[in-house]
Design a protein around this ligand. Structure first.
Ligand code: F6R
Ligand code: MG
Ligand code: MG
Length: 369
Protein backbone atom coordinates (compact mmCIF):
# COMPACT_ATOMS: atom_id res chain seq x y z
CA UNK A 1 0.00 0.00 0.00
CA UNK A 2 1.25 3.47 -0.82
CA UNK A 3 1.93 6.05 1.86
CA UNK A 4 1.08 9.73 1.53
CA UNK A 5 2.74 12.46 3.54
CA UNK A 6 0.82 15.75 3.59
CA UNK A 7 1.86 19.01 5.17
CA UNK A 8 -1.16 21.25 5.53
CA UNK A 9 -0.60 24.58 7.28
CA UNK A 10 -2.39 27.77 8.15
CA UNK A 11 -1.96 30.87 10.25
CA UNK A 12 -4.97 30.81 12.53
CA UNK A 13 -3.64 33.29 15.08
CA UNK A 14 -0.29 34.71 16.18
CA UNK A 15 1.22 35.26 19.64
CA UNK A 16 1.94 38.14 20.00
CA UNK A 17 1.12 39.82 16.70
CA UNK A 18 2.55 37.67 13.91
CA UNK A 19 5.47 36.30 15.94
CA UNK A 20 4.85 32.73 17.01
CA UNK A 21 2.45 29.95 18.00
CA UNK A 22 0.55 29.71 21.28
CA UNK A 23 0.88 26.14 22.65
CA UNK A 24 -2.90 25.92 23.22
CA UNK A 25 -3.45 25.90 19.44
CA UNK A 26 -1.11 22.97 19.00
CA UNK A 27 -2.76 21.13 21.90
CA UNK A 28 -6.14 21.57 20.24
CA UNK A 29 -4.78 20.34 16.89
CA UNK A 30 -3.20 17.27 18.54
CA UNK A 31 -6.54 16.44 20.16
CA UNK A 32 -8.35 16.54 16.82
CA UNK A 33 -5.71 14.53 14.99
CA UNK A 34 -5.45 11.91 17.73
CA UNK A 35 -9.18 11.24 17.24
CA UNK A 36 -8.69 10.94 13.48
CA UNK A 37 -5.78 8.55 13.96
CA UNK A 38 -7.91 6.34 16.21
CA UNK A 39 -10.68 6.43 13.61
CA UNK A 40 -8.23 5.31 10.91
CA UNK A 41 -8.39 8.48 8.77
CA UNK A 42 -4.65 8.98 9.14
CA UNK A 43 -1.91 6.55 10.15
CA UNK A 44 0.20 9.11 12.03
CA UNK A 45 0.69 12.83 12.55
CA UNK A 46 3.01 15.46 13.93
CA UNK A 47 1.80 18.90 14.97
CA UNK A 48 4.32 21.71 14.97
CA UNK A 49 4.81 25.37 14.04
CA UNK A 50 7.05 27.78 12.26
CA UNK A 51 6.54 31.36 13.43
CA UNK A 52 2.79 31.98 13.58
CA UNK A 53 1.87 29.04 11.34
CA UNK A 54 0.21 25.88 12.60
CA UNK A 55 1.76 22.96 10.70
CA UNK A 56 0.01 19.60 10.42
CA UNK A 57 2.29 16.85 9.14
CA UNK A 58 0.05 13.90 8.29
CA UNK A 59 0.77 10.34 7.14
CA UNK A 60 -2.04 8.31 5.58
CA UNK A 61 -2.91 5.91 2.77
CA UNK A 62 -5.43 8.06 0.98
CA UNK A 63 -3.35 9.77 -1.72
CA UNK A 64 -2.98 13.46 -2.52
CA UNK A 65 -5.96 15.86 -2.64
CA UNK A 66 -8.01 13.47 -0.53
CA UNK A 67 -11.32 14.88 0.64
CA UNK A 68 -11.34 13.15 4.02
CA UNK A 69 -7.79 14.26 4.86
CA UNK A 70 -8.32 17.85 3.68
CA UNK A 71 -11.59 18.05 5.62
CA UNK A 72 -9.77 16.81 8.71
CA UNK A 73 -7.15 19.55 8.32
CA UNK A 74 -9.80 22.20 7.72
CA UNK A 75 -11.80 21.17 10.79
CA UNK A 76 -8.60 21.09 12.85
CA UNK A 77 -7.81 24.68 11.80
CA UNK A 78 -11.39 25.65 12.64
CA UNK A 79 -11.08 24.15 16.11
CA UNK A 80 -7.72 25.88 16.67
CA UNK A 81 -9.27 29.15 15.48
CA UNK A 82 -11.87 28.92 18.24
CA UNK A 83 -9.04 28.60 20.78
CA UNK A 84 -7.22 31.53 19.13
CA UNK A 85 -10.39 33.63 19.34
CA UNK A 86 -10.85 32.83 23.02
CA UNK A 87 -7.30 34.09 23.69
CA UNK A 88 -7.82 37.03 21.29
CA UNK A 89 -4.68 35.95 19.43
CA UNK A 90 -3.75 38.15 16.53
CA UNK A 91 -5.42 37.44 13.19
CA UNK A 92 -7.45 34.51 14.58
CA UNK A 93 -8.60 32.38 11.64
CA UNK A 94 -6.90 34.70 9.12
CA UNK A 95 -5.97 32.01 6.59
CA UNK A 96 -9.39 30.34 6.48
CA UNK A 97 -10.74 32.45 3.68
CA UNK A 98 -14.22 31.05 3.27
CA UNK A 99 -16.89 29.27 5.25
CA UNK A 100 -17.94 27.32 2.17
CA UNK A 101 -15.48 24.42 2.45
CA UNK A 102 -16.09 21.83 -0.25
CA UNK A 103 -13.57 19.09 0.53
CA UNK A 104 -10.35 20.36 -1.08
CA UNK A 105 -8.30 22.81 0.89
CA UNK A 106 -6.52 24.19 -2.21
CA UNK A 107 -7.47 27.78 -2.88
CA UNK A 108 -9.13 28.08 0.53
CA UNK A 109 -6.19 29.80 2.26
CA UNK A 110 -4.09 27.08 3.92
CA UNK A 111 -0.90 25.84 2.18
CA UNK A 112 -0.51 22.22 1.07
CA UNK A 113 2.42 20.03 0.00
CA UNK A 114 1.82 16.30 -0.49
CA UNK A 115 3.78 13.29 -1.76
CA UNK A 116 2.41 9.80 -2.38
CA UNK A 117 4.92 6.98 -2.73
CA UNK A 118 5.66 3.33 -2.32
CA UNK A 119 7.80 3.26 0.82
CA UNK A 120 11.34 2.14 0.02
CA UNK A 121 13.34 -0.17 2.28
CA UNK A 122 14.15 2.99 4.20
CA UNK A 123 12.40 6.28 3.56
CA UNK A 124 14.05 9.44 4.92
CA UNK A 125 12.19 12.72 4.31
CA UNK A 126 12.78 16.32 5.28
CA UNK A 127 9.86 18.67 5.92
CA UNK A 128 10.88 22.29 5.35
CA UNK A 129 8.69 24.96 6.95
CA UNK A 130 9.09 28.69 6.27
CA UNK A 131 7.51 31.74 7.86
CA UNK A 132 7.31 35.33 6.51
CA UNK A 133 7.93 34.61 2.86
CA UNK A 134 6.33 33.23 -0.31
CA UNK A 135 6.77 29.92 -2.20
CA UNK A 136 9.36 31.44 -4.56
CA UNK A 137 11.76 31.29 -1.59
CA UNK A 138 12.10 27.56 -2.33
CA UNK A 139 13.22 28.03 -5.95
CA UNK A 140 16.90 28.53 -5.21
CA UNK A 141 17.33 25.79 -2.58
CA UNK A 142 15.32 23.19 -4.56
CA UNK A 143 17.29 24.06 -7.68
CA UNK A 144 20.52 23.53 -5.76
CA UNK A 145 19.40 20.20 -4.27
CA UNK A 146 18.36 18.66 -7.58
CA UNK A 147 20.44 20.44 -10.22
CA UNK A 148 23.61 22.00 -8.82
CA UNK A 149 26.61 19.67 -8.66
CA UNK A 150 28.41 22.18 -6.44
CA UNK A 151 25.71 21.49 -3.85
CA UNK A 152 24.78 17.88 -4.56
CA UNK A 153 27.85 15.75 -5.13
CA UNK A 154 25.64 12.80 -6.08
CA UNK A 155 24.72 14.46 -9.39
CA UNK A 156 28.32 13.94 -10.43
CA UNK A 157 29.47 10.85 -8.55
CA UNK A 158 26.37 8.68 -7.94
CA UNK A 159 25.46 6.67 -11.07
CA UNK A 160 21.80 6.52 -9.93
CA UNK A 161 21.53 10.35 -9.90
CA UNK A 162 23.75 11.18 -12.82
CA UNK A 163 20.88 11.43 -15.33
CA UNK A 164 19.41 14.39 -13.44
CA UNK A 165 15.81 15.25 -12.58
CA UNK A 166 12.63 16.69 -14.06
CA UNK A 167 11.35 20.00 -12.70
CA UNK A 168 7.65 20.83 -12.76
CA UNK A 169 7.30 24.63 -12.72
CA UNK A 170 4.09 26.59 -12.11
CA UNK A 171 3.30 29.98 -13.56
CA UNK A 172 1.18 31.12 -10.62
CA UNK A 173 -0.18 34.18 -12.40
CA UNK A 174 -1.34 32.37 -15.55
CA UNK A 175 -2.24 29.16 -13.70
CA UNK A 176 -0.13 27.07 -16.10
CA UNK A 177 2.57 24.46 -15.59
CA UNK A 178 5.44 23.03 -17.60
CA UNK A 179 8.16 20.44 -17.04
CA UNK A 180 11.85 20.92 -17.78
CA UNK A 181 14.42 18.17 -17.90
CA UNK A 182 17.75 18.91 -16.24
CA UNK A 183 20.67 19.11 -17.05
CA UNK A 184 19.60 19.34 -20.73
CA UNK A 185 17.34 22.34 -20.13
CA UNK A 186 19.24 23.83 -17.22
CA UNK A 187 19.64 27.31 -18.70
CA UNK A 188 15.96 27.47 -19.70
CA UNK A 189 15.01 26.43 -16.18
CA UNK A 190 17.19 29.11 -14.63
CA UNK A 191 15.88 31.71 -17.08
CA UNK A 192 12.38 31.29 -15.69
CA UNK A 193 12.76 30.33 -12.02
CA UNK A 194 14.94 33.37 -11.37
CA UNK A 195 11.62 35.24 -11.58
CA UNK A 196 10.49 33.72 -8.32
CA UNK A 197 7.29 35.66 -7.79
CA UNK A 198 5.81 34.23 -11.02
CA UNK A 199 7.52 30.89 -11.73
CA UNK A 200 7.61 28.47 -8.84
CA UNK A 201 9.08 24.98 -8.67
CA UNK A 202 6.15 22.77 -7.67
CA UNK A 203 7.48 19.21 -7.92
CA UNK A 204 10.59 17.23 -8.79
CA UNK A 205 10.41 13.86 -10.56
CA UNK A 206 13.21 11.35 -11.01
CA UNK A 207 14.13 10.22 -14.53
CA UNK A 208 13.38 6.81 -15.99
CA UNK A 209 15.84 4.12 -14.99
CA UNK A 210 16.59 5.52 -11.53
CA UNK A 211 15.92 3.81 -8.20
CA UNK A 212 12.59 5.63 -7.72
CA UNK A 213 9.88 5.29 -10.43
CA UNK A 214 9.70 8.30 -12.72
CA UNK A 215 6.00 8.70 -11.94
CA UNK A 216 6.60 9.35 -8.22
CA UNK A 217 7.34 12.95 -7.27
CA UNK A 218 10.25 13.15 -4.85
CA UNK A 219 9.80 16.76 -3.77
CA UNK A 220 6.76 19.01 -3.51
CA UNK A 221 6.39 22.69 -2.56
CA UNK A 222 3.18 24.42 -1.47
CA UNK A 223 2.43 27.07 -4.08
CA UNK A 224 -0.73 28.64 -2.75
CA UNK A 225 -0.36 32.39 -3.06
CA UNK A 226 -2.77 33.88 -0.56
CA UNK A 227 -2.66 37.30 -2.17
CA UNK A 228 -3.79 35.86 -5.52
CA UNK A 229 -6.46 33.72 -3.92
CA UNK A 230 -8.11 36.49 -1.99
CA UNK A 231 -7.50 39.29 -4.51
CA UNK A 232 -6.16 41.43 -1.70
CA UNK A 233 -3.58 41.18 1.05
CA UNK A 234 -4.39 38.45 3.55
CA UNK A 235 -0.92 37.47 4.77
CA UNK A 236 2.16 35.94 3.18
CA UNK A 237 1.89 32.35 2.08
CA UNK A 238 4.63 31.02 4.34
CA UNK A 239 5.38 27.96 2.22
CA UNK A 240 6.32 24.38 3.11
CA UNK A 241 8.01 21.58 1.19
CA UNK A 242 8.65 17.85 1.50
CA UNK A 243 11.82 16.31 0.08
CA UNK A 244 12.53 12.56 -0.07
CA UNK A 245 16.20 11.71 0.39
CA UNK A 246 18.99 9.15 -0.14
CA UNK A 247 19.50 6.18 -2.46
CA UNK A 248 19.44 7.92 -5.82
CA UNK A 249 17.99 11.14 -4.40
CA UNK A 250 19.86 13.96 -2.66
CA UNK A 251 21.34 12.74 0.63
CA UNK A 252 19.86 14.38 3.74
CA UNK A 253 23.03 16.46 3.97
CA UNK A 254 22.65 17.55 0.34
CA UNK A 255 18.99 18.47 0.86
CA UNK A 256 19.82 20.81 3.73
CA UNK A 257 23.12 22.17 2.33
CA UNK A 258 21.51 25.00 0.25
CA UNK A 259 20.34 26.68 3.46
CA UNK A 260 23.92 27.45 4.52
CA UNK A 261 23.47 30.39 2.14
CA UNK A 262 20.91 32.80 3.64
CA UNK A 263 19.63 33.97 0.26
CA UNK A 264 17.39 36.99 -0.19
CA UNK A 265 13.65 36.30 -0.26
CA UNK A 266 10.45 38.34 -0.43
CA UNK A 267 8.34 38.75 2.69
CA UNK A 268 9.43 39.95 6.12
CA UNK A 269 7.58 43.00 7.45
CA UNK A 270 4.11 43.32 5.90
CA UNK A 271 5.09 40.84 3.20
CA UNK A 272 6.63 43.77 1.39
CA UNK A 273 10.36 43.54 1.98
CA UNK A 274 13.44 41.69 0.83
CA UNK A 275 15.55 40.02 3.49
CA UNK A 276 17.66 36.95 4.27
CA UNK A 277 16.25 33.47 4.91
CA UNK A 278 17.56 32.33 8.29
CA UNK A 279 17.78 28.58 8.99
CA UNK A 280 16.89 27.91 12.63
CA UNK A 281 16.08 25.17 15.11
CA UNK A 282 12.41 25.01 16.16
CA UNK A 283 13.01 26.90 19.40
CA UNK A 284 14.21 29.85 17.31
CA UNK A 285 11.39 29.75 14.74
CA UNK A 286 10.01 32.90 16.34
CA UNK A 287 10.24 35.93 14.03
CA UNK A 288 10.78 39.08 16.07
CA UNK A 289 12.90 41.81 14.52
CA UNK A 290 10.81 43.79 12.01
CA UNK A 291 8.49 40.75 12.10
CA UNK A 292 11.34 38.55 10.92
CA UNK A 293 13.80 37.97 9.50
CA UNK A 294 12.24 35.11 7.50
CA UNK A 295 12.80 31.67 9.08
CA UNK A 296 13.12 28.14 7.78
CA UNK A 297 13.15 24.96 9.85
CA UNK A 298 13.94 21.46 8.61
CA UNK A 299 12.38 18.47 10.35
CA UNK A 300 13.75 15.05 9.46
CA UNK A 301 11.66 11.87 9.68
CA UNK A 302 12.02 8.25 8.69
CA UNK A 303 8.70 7.08 7.28
CA UNK A 304 8.04 3.49 8.43
CA UNK A 305 4.81 1.69 7.46
CA UNK A 306 2.78 4.88 7.60
CA UNK A 307 4.41 6.11 10.81
CA UNK A 308 6.46 9.29 11.12
CA UNK A 309 9.61 8.42 13.06
CA UNK A 310 10.91 11.76 14.26
CA UNK A 311 11.24 14.66 14.04
CA UNK A 312 14.92 15.54 14.14
CA UNK A 313 15.45 19.31 14.26
CA UNK A 314 18.10 19.54 11.51
CA UNK A 315 18.95 23.27 11.57
CA UNK A 316 19.46 23.27 15.34
CA UNK A 317 22.93 21.96 14.52
CA UNK A 318 25.96 24.16 15.14
CA UNK A 319 26.91 23.74 11.48
CA UNK A 320 24.22 26.37 10.73
CA UNK A 321 25.62 28.99 13.15
CA UNK A 322 27.57 30.73 10.40
CA UNK A 323 24.48 30.96 8.19
CA UNK A 324 22.53 32.52 11.05
CA UNK A 325 25.29 35.01 11.74
CA UNK A 326 25.47 35.92 8.08
CA UNK A 327 21.68 36.30 7.96
CA UNK A 328 21.84 38.73 10.89
CA UNK A 329 24.53 40.77 9.13
CA UNK A 330 22.45 40.86 5.95
CA UNK A 331 19.38 41.86 7.99
CA UNK A 332 21.31 44.83 9.45
CA UNK A 333 22.49 45.86 6.01
CA UNK A 334 19.10 45.56 4.32
CA UNK A 335 17.24 47.36 7.13
CA UNK A 336 19.42 50.44 6.70
CA UNK A 337 17.64 51.03 3.36
CA UNK A 338 14.35 51.72 5.15
CA UNK A 339 11.58 52.34 2.58
CA UNK A 340 13.94 52.21 -0.41
CA UNK A 341 14.10 49.39 -2.92
CA UNK A 342 15.54 46.81 -3.05
CA UNK A 343 14.79 46.39 0.68
CA UNK A 344 11.20 47.39 0.02
CA UNK A 345 9.77 45.20 -2.74
CA UNK A 346 8.91 46.70 -6.13
CA UNK A 347 5.35 48.03 -6.20
CA UNK A 348 3.84 45.01 -8.01
CA UNK A 349 5.11 42.55 -5.41
CA UNK A 350 4.16 44.51 -2.30
CA UNK A 351 1.32 43.15 -0.24
CA UNK A 352 0.59 46.40 1.57
CA UNK A 353 0.63 49.54 -0.43
CA UNK A 354 -0.52 53.09 -0.11
CA UNK A 355 0.90 53.90 -3.54
CA UNK A 356 -2.39 54.09 -5.52
CA UNK A 357 -3.83 56.47 -2.90
CA UNK A 358 -0.69 58.61 -2.83
CA UNK A 359 -0.63 58.78 -6.64
CA UNK A 360 -4.32 59.73 -6.77
CA UNK A 361 -3.73 62.47 -4.22
CA UNK A 362 -0.75 63.86 -6.16
CA UNK A 363 -2.24 63.31 -9.64
CA UNK A 364 -3.04 66.92 -10.47
CA UNK A 365 0.26 68.16 -9.10
CA UNK A 366 2.34 66.17 -11.59
CA UNK A 367 3.23 68.62 -14.41
CA UNK A 368 4.58 67.75 -17.84
CA UNK A 369 8.39 68.03 -17.90
C1 F6R B 1 4.12 39.46 7.43
C2 F6R B 1 3.16 39.71 8.49
C3 F6R B 1 3.36 40.87 9.37
C4 F6R B 1 2.21 41.89 9.23
C5 F6R B 1 2.47 43.13 10.07
C6 F6R B 1 1.33 44.12 10.03
O1 F6R B 1 3.76 38.37 6.66
O2 F6R B 1 2.21 38.98 8.64
O3 F6R B 1 4.59 41.48 9.13
O4 F6R B 1 2.04 42.24 7.90
O5 F6R B 1 2.67 42.78 11.42
O6 F6R B 1 0.15 43.51 10.40
P1 F6R B 1 -1.23 44.29 10.61
O7 F6R B 1 -1.49 45.08 9.36
O8 F6R B 1 -2.22 43.22 10.82
O9 F6R B 1 -1.05 45.18 11.79
MG1 MG C 1 0.29 35.93 10.92
MG1 MG D 1 3.11 33.11 9.11
Amino acid sequence: MKTTVSIIKADVGGWPGHSTMHPALMDEAKKELEKAKKAGVITDFHVTYCGDDLELILAHNKGVDNKEVHTLAWNTFKAATEVAKSLKLYGAGQDLLSDAFSGNIKGMGPGVAELEFEERKSEPIICFLMDKTDPGAFNLPIYKMFADPFNTAGLVIDPSMHAGFVFEVYDVYENKKKTLSVPEELYDLLAIIGNKSKYIIKRIYPKKGGKVPETEAVACVSTDKLSLIAGEYVGKDDPVAIVRCQSGLPAVGEAIEPFTFPHLVSGWMRGSHVGPLMPVGLADATPSRFDGPTRVVALGFQVANGKLIGPVDMFKDKAYDNARQKANKIADYMRRHGPFEPHRLPAEDMEYTTLPKVLTKLKDRFKQI
